[in-house]
Design a protein. Structure first.
Ligand code: ZN
Length: 168
């Protein structure tokens, strides 16, 4: 939802429904992608950084990923959507070492955390009795905070193009 809120804020509305679906799927995938680092055992490290955002945004602009109409806006959208992920992680409760995200890599390999804990922890310890309760609480909080923001972004975006039929 955060990826969509950020992406939809900066990207134009595609001309048709299939373009909108492609853009939406791509923004969501970009927003989730930093956590693919779980597969290689380097969670919350290089992929959760400004450096990774710049690299992915540059590839996206070069390959013209279908998130915006110009290369510049593709780069801006992808960089911001990618960075929304570590930002939200840094606003969450982190109980797994390393605490925080390597947000400023490659300039610094320090893990940073805001300490605000707006979002609850997400547990991957599925064998524990409290696994479901912890994650349900955290996901509910995320939906309560992000859904209204996404709804406002969507409404403003649709208003900008007047009587556009897309998204209705
Ligand atoms: Zn993450």
């Amino acid at each position: 939802m955060a990826a969509l809120a950020v992406g939809w804020s900066v990207s134009g509305l595609p001309a048709n429904r299939s373009g909108l679906l492609r853009q939406t799927a791509m923004l969501v995938a970009i927003g989730i992608a930093p956590d693919l680092d779980l597969l290689i055992g380097r969670h919350s490290m290089e992929t959760h950084s400004v450096g990774a955002a710049v690299i992915v945004a540059s590839i996206a602009a070069w390959q013209r990923w279908p998130v915006a109409s110009s290369r510049l806006m593709i780069w801006v959208a992808v960089a911001l959507v990618w960075m929304s992920h570590p930002l939200l992680d840094a606003l969450g409760s982190d109980t797994s070492v390393p605490i925080g995200v390597m947000a400023f890599w490659p300039l610094s390999d320090a893990n940073v955390q805001t300490g605000w804990e707006v979002f609850g922890p997400i547990s991957r310890r599925y064998w524990r009795d409290d696994f479901l309760a912890i994650n349900l609480r955290s996901v509910s909080t995320e939906i309560l905070i992000l859904a209204p923001i996404l709804a406002v972004v969507r409404a403003v975006r649709l208003r900008k193009v007047g009587d556009c039929e897309i998204g209705k």
